[in-house]
Design a protein around this ligand. Structure first.
Ligand code: PMP
Length: 442
């Protein structure tokens, strides 16, 4: 059967009368997908089906929201039960206590838990909490890290020409959006990642004014970039020694490494952490967690964090079912996802070597990304800006669609293995990749 996407094309044309670029979040639109995005209709396990009935092995998995794959029977059952008995009461519930206890077991630093809906809400609250608790205005944010679309974080997120970055000792703050509060970025200090000296310098320059350092423990919005050995521990030591709070933003990494979180994986204890995405198994559930004495500042009259939709039963039923499933047999599902990602990584490296293609693959846990580059490794945002051929990745990811494989065409995102992917899906994917590499110009 020839590969056609006519219905997606027609739906896109129709959507332009009611939506902006056909979507509700711009990375889903033409910026990444070209002429029109594929309209998706159904998901099951590792597969996603578009409006024309094409089936794809899905490695995007809605940006990692579903570590068990699409429409896992236990999640379907849990959500149905919650809907049937009242999806949300906006009142105290037992499920809230139960899921917070499950999170406490998974996240060593989670002495207290506060639920929210999205990663952005959790990181916004984390910074307000850090400022409120310490009484200090500034925070350190790293180049190329994404913490949601809140004004204070919208600086030096997307890759750009290396000539615009400024010197690494004094990075130029690259504003990511129009319409920001004019003072929003005054208290955001931007430094390169994977470089402890850069953090030390910033702490010296702004001594006594810094409330927190916020970091993705693995850079997962610039492909996948692991921390250098000792780097996260170095951040822990520097922040503790200087009375600064350390915030791990695990919104993207949680439930994509064995043991559940990077803090457990790397053995670091941050003061505050944000969780999200995979936590809700497709439903909007996020959380702010951390040291009890800090979290107590969220009590009435302290640091304000509200939300009519927080801790909905429908979301938390999905979270409970997901965590129970992922914890089964000593966390077997997450180890499985890691093994699948490692197999795909190894297969890709072999394929690139075999065909003499200048590309590398970086992998942590269940997450991996391909970089078309001549470098042996990509270690930070500046490296990515200078050395990664982004256009080629987009072309490659789009060329895979007709062979039944779905990756996000965004070069700054990454692929994700889940409990639903098997060795057979890896083999099918590698075959598709072999063909797609033939199709694109080398
Ligand atoms: N933090 C990180 C590290 C993220 O990757 C994201 C989303 N990509 C967010 C925060 C924001 O989460 P959300 O999209 O749920 O608001």
């Amino acid at each position: 059967m020839p590969y056609v996407t006519d219905r997606s094309r027609d739906l896109f044309a129709r959507s332009l009368h009611v939506l902006i670029e056909g979507v509700s979040s711009p990375s889903r639109g033409p910026a990444n997908y070209g002429a029109y995005p594929l309209f998706m209709e159904r998901g099951e396990g590792p597969y996603i089906y578009d409006a024309d009935g094409n089936r794809y092995v899905d490695w995007m998995m809605c940006y990692g929201l579903e570590p068990l794959g699409h429409a896992h029977p236990r999640i379907v059952q849990a959500v149905s039960e919650a809907v049937a008995t009242g999806p949300h009461f906006a009142a105290a519930t037992e499920i809230e206590v139960e899921v917070a206890e499950l999170i406490q077991q998974m996240v060593p630093s989670a002495e207290r838990v506060r639920f929210a809906n999205t990663g952005t809400e959790a990181t916004m609250a984390a910074i307000r909490l850090a400022r409120g608790y310490t009484g200090k205005p500034k925070f350190i944010k790293f180049e190329g890290h994404y913490h949601g679309w809140y004004d204070d974080f919208l600086v030096s997120v997307h890759p750009t020409e290396p000539g615009r970055l400024g010197h690494r000792n004094d990075p130029i703050k690259l504003v990511e959006s129009s319409g920001l509060n004019r003072q929003a970025l005054d208290d955001t200090i931007v430094v390169p990642w994977n470089d402890l000296q850069a953090v030390e310098r910033a702490i010296d320059t702004y001594r006594g004014q810094i409330a927190a350092v916020i970091t993705e423990p693995v850079m997962a919005n610039m492909g996948i970039i692991p921390p250098e050995p000792g780097y996260l521990q170095g951040l822990r030591d520097l922040t503790r020694d200087n009375g600064i709070l350390l915030i791990f933003d695990e919104v993207t990494t949680n439930l994509h490494v064995p043991s559940g979180t990077c803090q457990k994986y790397y053995g670091i204890k941050p003061d505050i952490s944000t969780l999200g995405k995979a936590l809700g198994n497709g439903l909007p559930v996020a959380a702010l967690v951390g040291r009890a004495d800090i979290m107590e500042a969220l009590a009435w009259g302290g640091v304000l964090h509200y939300g009519a939709q927080n801790a909905s039963r429908i979301g938390l039923y999905a979270t409970r079912a997901g965590l129970q499933e992922l914890n089964r047999n000593g966390g077997e599902a997450l180890h499985h996802a890691e093994r699948i990602a490692q197999r795909l990584t190894a297969g890709l490296r072999e394929l690139f070597a075999e065909r003499g293609i200048k590309a590398i693959v970086q992998n942590v846990g269940a997450m991996l990304q391909i970089f078309f580059t001549e470098q042996p490794a990509i270690r930070d945002y500046r490296d990515f800006c200078a050395n990664v051929n982004q256009a080629k990745f987009k072309e490659f990811a789009r060329a895979l669609f007709k062979y039944g494989v779905y990756l996000s065409p965004s070069p700054v995102l990454h692929s994700i293995a889940t409990a639903a992917h098997t060795d057979e899906h890896v083999n099918v994917t590698l075959d598709a990749m072999r063909q797609a590499l033939r199709d694109i110009k080398q």
